[in-house]
Design a protein around this ligand. Structure first.
Ligand SMILES: *[C@@H]1O[C@H](CO)[C@@H](O)[C@H](O)[C@H]1NC(C)=O
Ligand SMILES: *[C@@H]1O[C@H](CO)[C@@H](O)[C@H](O)[C@H]1NC(C)=O
Length: 464
């Protein structure tokens, strides 16, 4: 019964195997032709690089195309439908078209001696082989020098932007082939990351119009800097630029409380306070009194008011120095708090000022700076401790490992090695002994017994 079912299973398996091979054969059958074909065309393979060529007018255009094997003839066809037989090119039938220096792997290659606009477009290499033809197609871009970059702004002399809000600035290049690369610079800084460039194909083949829009908010510090749109292109030896100086408008820039130190009593002291504002301030005055919030006295700038003489110095690009000259400086002057109020079209900003007869705090390190230094020192100390500890631990670890190897592990391993060896020998002898016992009964015992004795002796030797 069992045997019978086994045979049945075997039969079934055999049948299945046969069926599957049959199936494989069936599946292979139709692809057989294709395989045959590819084998045949394998000895006439096309050697062709499909990537596009960018060439300046006047430069040679190398149209490479190769074929391995039995080639009957080959031609190049332009996008406009013109056909050049390679054989004709090689026999100088066409002026301006010549045979490449190296036709090895480039059997159907031709050279256009001097590229012109007419050579722009798709070029197709067609290789005729026995009963078939192979085709390679590539795009040739004959460059068109870009038009000058233009910053789309109303006033060419300067670009006025609001200091707090984002102002999009647009730079465009009407036409270029291929499209130009546009970069933006603010002073020396590359700010291209804030820009997005869009390329639109013009009506003529392969020519692009590029528009780049820079979106960023400009800071008071950018006032007076030059904004530049810079384009690069294969036809340009150096980038071409369009520039405009920035006029960033902002309300007088805020500043933290400022203290002037070491004012000698009895001297004439002039407070010189720098601030920036653009457009220029329309109103500025000094206010002072017992507190910042409650000034008793207001002195316009510029003016002369008793012991006080005020003035404003213009430093350029929105920078100013407000001056307050106090004649015969007294302790009372040092006990007052001063506020410089500056207003321009964008708003008003108060600047708090203190005057002190004391020495400036040592090195005038701000709390932040001190905290920073302390943190850095702490980090260094912690790092040093960690490094030292790690090294100590590592040394300790190596040492203990080395020791354990030398004094504990190695002997242990030796022992265990010996142990297992002995165990193995014991086991084998036991087995042999067991067998011997049975064989002794069979009458072959003597020889075996001596052998066992030998083994036992060996074991004893190793034990010793
Ligand atoms: C445009 O600016 C770049 C970068 O500053 C400079 O290398 C290049 O010479 C400028 N191009 C022209 C035409 O001045
Ligand atoms: C104010 O500006 C002038 C001119 O740039 C500079 O020389 C001076 O050091 C500045 N003063 C302060 C307190 O920063």
């Amino acid at each position: 019964m069992c045997k019978c079912s086994f045979v049945r299973v075997a039969w079934l398996a055999a049948c299945l195997a046969l069926a599957s091979t049959q199936q494989e054969y069936d599946v292979n059958q139709p692809t057989g032709d294709v395989v045959f074909n590819s084998v045949r065309s394998a000895d006439v393979a096309l050697i062709f690089d499909k990537s596009e060529i960018v060439v300046n007018p006047g430069e040679p255009l190398y149209l490479d195309c190769g074929a391995r094997g039995d080639v009957r003839s080959c031609i190049w066809e332009t996008e406009g439908g013109e056909i050049y037989q390679v054989q004709d090119v090689y026999e100088n039938v066409y002026t301006g078209l010549t045979k490449p220096e190296n036709t090895n792997g480039n059997e159907c290659g031709i050279v256009v001696n001097s590229a012109t606009m007419e050579h722009h477009g798709h070029w197709t290499c067609k290789v005729f082989v026995v009963g078939n033809s192979l085709v390679g197609k590539k795009n040739v871009i004959v460059t068109v020098k870009p038009t000058s970059p233009v910053l789309e702004i109303d006033d060419r002399r300067s670009l006025t932007v609001n200091g707090n809000s984002e102002t999009p600035v647009q730079c465009s290049v009407a036409a270029a082939r291929p499209a130009v690369t546009i970069r933006w610079f603010l002073g020396n800084r590359d700010v291209t990351v804030s820009a997005a460039t869009e390329e639109t194909p013009a009506d003529r083949g392969g020519i692009y119009k590029s528009i780049s829009v820079l979106r960023r908010s400009f800071e008071p510090a950018d006032n007076g800097k030059v904004l530049m749109c810079s384009i690069s292109h294969k036809t340009l030896l150096a980038p071409e630029n369009a520039t405009v100086p920035l006029n960033v408008i902002f309300k007088p820039a805020e500043q933290p409380l400022t203290t002037f130190y070491q004012i000698s009593p009895g001297s004439d002291y002039e407070v010189r306070f720098n601030f920036s504002a653009n457009p220029p301030p329309i109103r500025q005055e000094w206010r002072f009194g017992e507190s910042f919030d409650n000034p008793a006295k207001i002195v316009a700038i510029p003016s002369v008011d008793g012991r006080y003489t005020t003035g404003l110095e213009e430093l350029g690009t929105g920078m100013y120095t407000a001056k307050l000259l106090i004649t015969d400086f007294m302790e009372d002057d040092a006990n007052m708090e001063y506020v410089l109020i500056v207003e321009n079209d964008m708003g008003e900003t108060p600047y708090k000022v203190r005057l002190s007869m004391n020495e400036a705090p040592a090195e005038t390190l701000s709390g932040g700076a001190v905290a920073g230094i302390v943190i850095v020192l702490l980090i260094i100390i912690v790092a040093l401790c960690a490094a030292t500890y790690a090294r100590y631990r590592q040394m300790f670890c190596f040492a203990s490992r080395a020791e354990s190897k030398a004094h504990i592990q190695d002997p242990e391993r030796n022992e265990t090695d010996n142990g297992t060896a002995n165990d193995a020998i014991k086991a084998s002898t036991d087995q042999v002994n067991g067998k011997t016992d049975s064989r002794v009964a069979n009458g072959n015992g003597n020889l075996e017994q001596t052998h066992v004795d030998e083994v036992n002796n060996e074991k004893k030797n190793t034990d010793v």
